[in-house]
Design a binder for this molecule. Structure first.
Ligand SMILES: *Cc1c(COP(=O)(O)O)cnc(C)c1O
Length: 374
């Protein structure tokens, strides 16, 4: 039985009437640019995330870019980013006129730690972009402490982590509520996915929110008057309507992802030594945008799963410090060993909410078969 890595048609089938009605209502009013559908979604998602300001924009990439631009850093200021993440994290830093400095990751969580950030700091460091990779938050308590100590701004790349939480000082805190700003993506494969591109910036800082709201409409509050050079990066009203219709389902979908992850954890435990299941750190709620294992003979396993129609992918095959476009920054293989090792060992498996019991049994069974335990 083939199992796709993601099945968006299956999701649409479960909520088709709600989505179609939401789209039709925007079409009826012809209010496509910002307007009521976007305002409504911003209010709803801001409440869900637990943050004062939620500002829609065109993509997760733009959410990072606008956040960084709004922080008023100087050209060439250094921003620490993980080497093991989706490209946009570092690309946005570069496009904001800043200099990405790559830090290594914790091999267990795949995230930055205060220690790996500290190793990347110089006199020119002004900010950190912390990624909550695969749906699990980085240890924000220790990173925020370091940022405070060194006077650094913090942007959370929460593109994969909507709804993820972490216990800090006895309180559960959500991804995107702890840094100066949080960046979210509604790319269709994210846990809350639109019918195209979309993004969101969160912040509890009123002044920062004001600057971000201006930046997304060419840098002015009043039409044709520009206090700063912004861009056109709005959340499309049709996307906002889809996302408002989907948002009430997100907690249920997240629970389904977590249940699939627990199932795989149980089945794959017998392969210890050959397969390492994702580490879920204590005091954190992982939302499993990806269920990412480390596998012995990873490339062979990938070919085996491909041959049997089991969806899988390598997120990410080449760490960012080794990308051709950053060759000028002078990094070498060996500089960030945990990121380099991860890129050679990781494999993500189907974990989307609509996965059936038979499908996840098939995925686990093929992995067992490959390692010869069945
Ligand atoms: C998806 C993603 C982004 C970018 O989001 P887009 O909406 O595709 O621009 C940024 N960072 C991470 C970690 C992502 O997974």
């Amino acid at each position: 039985m083939p199992v796709p890595l993601l099945d968006l048609e299956a999701q649409y089938a479960t909520i088709r009437a709600e989505i179609d009605a939401a789209l039709a209502s925007v079409v009826r009013t012809q209010r496509f640019i910002l307007g009521p559908a976007v305002e409504r979604f911003e209010a709803e998602v801001g409440e869900f995330i637990g943050v004062r300001h939620a500002i829609g924009c065109a993509s997760g990439t733009d959410a990072l870019l606008l956040s960084l631009k709004a922080l008023d850093l100087e050209p060439g200021d250094e921003v620490v980013v993980p080497a093991f993440t989706f490209f946009a994290t570092a690309g946005a830093v570069w496009n904001a006129g800043l200099r990405p400095v790559f830090a290594d990751i914790d091999p267990q969580t795949f995230n930055l730690t205060a220690e790996t950030v500290r190793a990347a700091l110089t006199e020119k460091t002004r900010a950190i972009v912390v990624v909550h990779l695969f749906g699990q938050m980085a240890d924000m308590a220790e990173i925020l402490e370091l940022a405070e100590e060194r006077g650094l701004r913090v942007v959370e790349d929460a593109a994969q982590a909507i709804g993820a939480r972490q216990r800090i000082g006895g309180e559960w805190r959500g991804a995107g509520t702890l840094g100066d700003a949080g960046a979210f993506s509604f790319f269709p494969s994210k846990n809350l996915g639109g019918f195209g591109d979309g993004g969101l910036i969160t912040t509890n800082d009123d002044a920062l929110a004001e600057r971000i709201r201006k930046l997304r409409v060419h840098g002015g509050r009043q039409m044709y008057h520009h206090e700063m050079v912004g861009t056109n990066s709005r959340l499309d009203a049709l996307q906002a309507a889809v996302l408002s219709a989907k948002l009430p389902h997100l907690p249920r979908w997240t629970n389904a992802r977590r249940a699939h992850a627990a199932y795989y954890d149980g089945r794959l435990a017998a392969l210890e030594g050959r397969v390492a299941t994702p580490f879920s750190a204590p005091g954190r709620e992982h939302v499993y945008n990806q269920y990412t294992i480390r596998a012995e003979r990873r490339d062979e396993l990938k070919r085996y799963l491909d041959a049997h129609g089991i969806g899988n992918n390598i997120y990410y095959p080449l760490p960012l410090h080794l990308q051709a476009c950053f060759a000028g920054l002078g990094y070498r293989r060996g500089d960030l060993p945990a990121s380099e090792a991860a890129s050679l060992e990781v494999l993500s498996l189907p974990v989307y909410p609509e996965l059936t019991e038979a499908q996840r049994d098939e995925v686990a069974g093929r992995i067992e078969e490959f390692y010869g335990t069945q």
